[in-house]
Design a protein. Structure first.
Ligand SMILES: NC(=O)c1ccc[n+]([C@@H]2O[C@H](COP(=O)([O-])OP(=O)(O)OC[C@H]3O[C@@H](n4cnc5c(N)ncnc54)[C@H](O)[C@@H]3O)[C@@H](O)[C@H]2O)c1
Length: 376
């Protein structure tokens, strides 16, 4: 059976994926590249050796490489994705897909011209929590889904320069993606407000004055969902949360990112009694690993890979961050290429999730005016 040769480009967060590709039974050769050669060498050592490319251009020109997974800085995503697709290779890219509607259009066009796969590597759609909520939906446990909510609170002080003053909703994908996926619909319209103030120098890079943005999205199905995103000067503890409000049950993320979620079951009002009542169970999430090749099971538990501390990472079972999602992302990308089918988070789903955030920021800059999210 055919094996896939994959290049992994950008090895900060990207380092977390190296071991997973290396151990995936459908991978022939893994090629690593980072513009900082010492990082490539460190990651290669950590996983017991991999080929290291000389440049991004050398990867594009190498006909033996079938697919490229980009985990590079946000401003590079669009140009690099288009270049990979135009070189005739499958492309996976970390979030966000792009930061302008025009760049999303370029990617969609390049994907369709190339006939190759594009996958947006959205971690929140393969977490323990997402699998659990999707199963609740499949079993009809929510009753009617009435409303969604998403959150992503994270302080980005001292992160690389391109983060400084980033419009919060340009990287809204973790708050938005679970709502879109669970709704089975697409976001078509958004009203968003920016809130708060932040230091003047943070306005310079992107002309964005807001540390926090909060958006109300309308889905084509008619349902609505709210998402809030903070990046600077907000003390709220880190959380990439997903909240589903049904007529029979709710799923609400725990207080911190790692806390167990609250599952609420509704007991309707008895005849003659005012209001129904809800019982709430703090529910530990089961791991979902059975669909993966056995070699990858150990990547669904443990912590994040840190390229600056590979030995520490090793102890934590590196590669399993973001609630077990990394191995599932790799597996879906690899299998979709081998099976010559579209991956789940393809250019259409990735574009809607990303464009909803771009349009949300546009709305915030127009003081909450409604913005139509274009269809891709
Ligand atoms: N949950 C998630 O999905 C998640 C989590 C963290 C980061 N991310 C995304 O992953 C990307 C990387 O995040 P990070 O924190 O590692 O960023 P970073 O800026 O700290 O690191 C990026 C790495 O890419 C390398 N690099 C820069 N330019 C390059 C080029 N032209 N070719 C190859 N390598 C290059 C850098 O040397 C660095 O090692 C970002 O786009 C971010 O949005 C996603």
């Amino acid at each position: 059976m055919k094996k896939l040769n994959v290049a992994l480009v950008g090895l900060g967060f990207g380092g977390a994926f190296a071991g997973i590709y290396k151990e995936h039974p459908d991978i022939g050769e893994l090629i690593l590249f980072d513009t900082r050669p010492e990082i490539s060498a460190r990651v290669s050592d950590h996983i017991g050796g991999a080929k290291i490319a000389d440049s991004f251009e050398a990867i594009l020109a190498d006909p033996s490489i079938d697919a490229v997974h980009l985990v590079t800085p946000i401003p590079l995503h669009a140009d690099q994705t288009v270049a990979v697709l135009e070189s005739g290779k499958h492309c996976a890219c970390t979030v966000p897909m792009a930061t302008s509607l025009e760049d999303i259009r370029r990617i969609v066009e390049a994907k369709r011209k190339s006939g190759k796969n594009y996958m947006m590597m959205e971690t929140t759609l393969y977490t323990y929590q997402y699998f659990y909520a999707a199963k609740m939906k499949e079993e009809g446990r929510f009753g009617k889904i009435q409303f969604f909510r998403g959150s992503h609170y994270q302080d980005m002080a001292n992160w690389p320069d391109y983060w400084m003053g980033l419009p919060p909703m340009w990287y809204g994908t973790h708050a938005i993606a679970p709502m879109v996926a669970l709704s089975g619909s697409r976001i078509c319209r958004v009203n968003c407000f920016g809130s708060g103030t932040m230091e003047e120098w943070l306005h310079e890079q992107y002309g964005n004055p807001f540390p926090v943005e909060s958006a109300l999205f309308e889905f084509e199905s008619g349902i609505k969902g709210e998402a809030t995103r903070s990046l600077f000067e907000c003390a709220r503890v880190y959380q990439e949360g997903m909240f589903v409000y049904g007529s029979d049950a709710c799923f609400e993320w725990g207080f911190a990112d790692g806390s167990d979620p609250y599952i609420t079951t509704f007991h309707p009002a008895q005849e003659g009694k005012r209001g129904g009542w809800s019982d709430v169970k703090v529910t530990p999430m089961p791991n979902h690993y059975e669909d993966l090749p056995e070699q990858l099971w150990h990547f669904t538990v443990g912590g994040n890979y840190d390229p600056l501390n590979p030995q520490e990472s090793l102890k934590k079972g590196a590669g399993a961050g973001h609630h077990g999602s990394h191995a599932h992302l790799v597996h879906e990308f690899v299998r979709s290429c081998i099976e010559e089918r579209k991956p789940w988070i393809d250019e259409v789903l990735g574009a809607n999730i990303t464009a909803a955030g771009i349009c949300a920021h546009e709305s915030a800059m127009k003081n909450g005016e409604a913005v139509i999210v274009p269809e891709f």
